[in-house]
Design a protein around this ligand. Structure first.
Ligand code: HEM
Length: 492
């Protein structure tokens, strides 16, 4: 970059001076969301660091991030060529790979339409408004039974361990038309490894940028490669089963619809972008992977915040009692009647910012931002955590306060405040699972809160420090539940 000539009228990016070979790795440290937020106060909303020998532009602040991802969306929509991406879905991931723009766009469109079709499709039972609602309600109720039985046997439970299985079953139902038992070792152990995955693909992992680190023996990296291989094996098995039983007159789920698309496309000689069958059917890996880790992380944080703020838990339960009552299970259509719960979820997203950076972006051509020159193929980090904790946007950003998302009289959601929270990215690469994600977090939370009261272990302090990664998780902990009055299970 030093040798790149900066076009007239533009300036060189500011930023800390890099050390030879390692660049700014030491200043970035183990919590890049915090160190890069601190640097943005000093260098401004657009600055450059170097990880190893490779320059990385870091974006912060509402104006700059909106300018880059919305107004200059095309120029900032690429993905960088990172070492870890080669192992995700055999290097063919829709979200992480460096697919050329035409191929990525075609795959994204297909993924969006498959997700929309199979989440809004009619439910099997007429008591639900759509298949998504049916899957979530059933898994929510199974989860409650599960927690009761673990409580009876052990007296406490690890929330993430059980939530992740329920959430994985929802997306498994949509993608593969199948669910797993909470005792299925293969699925339970695999989905419980997602924290190891997130640690490697979080923005700023030095091994992504510094070639010599890759030849050092790294247990983390070995685990990462092994997890991806196990994951691919499970996905391939599901896909092969679908090919074996495929019937184009009975499209059962997303995998069938992707296989069907491959068949149709062979008849369409005019299609101008060539995407292999493997890359089309492989979309299901992205949907499954993105669909369980993000939502289970959000819900697990939700439960931990309920325990940390018992007075908020009580307020939420009062709202549920008053607006829904105890005679029926909450539904997706209750969202507008439960502004407190909606505000709580927004505050979980903002305060935890559990997706601190988007997936790294990359410039698709020479460009500029705020008067600074940014060459083609530069890796770009988008700091969502910074936006969600920016004192310019939020009063007292470090305190957990759901009232910030309610209107002054406390009876309605303040939508404008809600839109300031950034967790799904923006623009061309914006999350395609956003509406499913929001719906699922809402309905699981509502069902759990209606029937259970969560508490911590007596005398133990909850450690709420997030562990850095693509999705930041709270430390594993043990919690307890008691049934809400009227919801005692037989035998408890
Ligand atoms: C991308 C957040 C749920 C599928 C992303 C990105 C973020 C994000 C921050 C990266 C945006 C960027 O790079 O600029 C979340 C959160 C979720 C969630 C917070 C839940 C609370 C889901 C679900 C699915 C999904 C349920 C699918 C079933 C995807 C895919 C991409 C993506 C495929 C890659 C898009 C692309 O590269 O074009 N998500 N997500 N996400 N998400 Fe989500």
């Amino acid at each position: 970059l030093m040798r790149t000539k900066i076009p007239e009228g533009l300036q060189k990016l500011p930023g800390p001076k890099p050390l030879p070979i390692i660049g700014n790795v030491l200043e970035v440290g183990n919590n890049p969301h915090l160190s890069l937020t601190a640097m943005s106060k000093f260098y401004g909303p657009v600055f450059q660091i170097q990880i190893g020998m490779r320059p990385v532009v870091v974006l912060s602040g509402n104006d700059v991030i909106r300018q880059a991802l919305l107004k200059q969306g095309e120029e900032f929509a690429g993905r960088p060529d990172l070492h870890s991406s080669k192992f995700i879905s055999d290097g063919k991931s829709l979200a992480f790979s460096t697919d050329q723009v035409g191929v990525w766009r075609a795959r994204r469109k297909l993924a969006l339409s498959a997700l929309r079709t199979f989440s809004t499709v009619q439910a099997k039972s007429s008591e639900y408004s759509c298949a998504l609602e049916e899957h979530i309600s059933k898994e929510g109720l199974y989860l409650i039974e599960r927690l009761h039985s673990v409580m009876k046997a052990d007296g406490s439970f690890d929330p993430f361990r059980h939530i992740v299985v329920s959430v994985a079953n929802v997306i498994c139902g949509i993608c593969f038309g199948q669910r797993y038992s909470h005792d299925d070792d293969e699925l339970v152990s695999l989905v419980n490894l997602s924290d190891e995955f997130g640690k490697i693909v979080g923005s700023g992992n030095p091994a992504d940028f510094i070639p010599f680190l890759r030849i050092l023996p790294s247990t983390m990296m070995k685990k990462f490669v092994a997890i991806n291989a196990r994951f691919s094996k499970l996905m391939k098995k599901m896909v092969n089963d679908h090919y074996d039983t495929f019937n184009k007159d009975n499209i059962r789920d997303i995998t069938d619809s992707l296989i069907n698309h491959c068949e149709d496309r062979k008849l369409d000689e005019n299609s101008n972008v060539q995407v292999s069958d493997e890359k089309i059917v492989g979309i299901v890996n992205d949907l499954f992977g993105a669909g369980f880790d993000t939502i289970s992380t959000a819900l697990s944080w939700g439960v931990v915040y309920l325990v940390a703020y018992p007075e908020i838990q009580e307020r939420l339960q009062r709202e549920l009692r008053e607006k829904i009552g105890m005679d029926r299970t909450p539904r997706l259509s209750d969202r507008t009647d439960l502004p407190l719960l909606e505000a709580f979820i927004l505050e979980i997203f903002r305060h935890s910012s559990f997706l601190p950076f988007t997936i790294p972006h990359c410039t698709s051509k020479d460009t500029s931002l705020n008067g600074y020159f940014i060459p083609k193929d530069t890796c770009v980090f988008v700091n969502q955590w910074q936006i969600n904790h920016d004192p310019e946007l939020w009063k007292d950003p470090s305190s957990f306060n759901l009232d910030r998302f309610l209107t002054a009289d406390g009876t309605e959601l303040n939508k404008i405040e809600g839109e300031k929270v950034l967790v799904f990215g923006l623009g061309k690469r914006r999350c395609i699972g956003e509406s499913i994600g929001r719906a699922e977090v809402f309905l699981f939370m509502a069902i759990l809160l209606q029937r259970l009261k969560f508490s911590g272990m007596p005398g133990e302090m909850l450690d709420m420090t997030p562990e850095y990664g693509l999705t930041m998780k709270h430390k594993r902990c043990m919690l307890r539940v008691t049934p809400q009055p009227g919801f005692e299970l037989p035998g408890t």
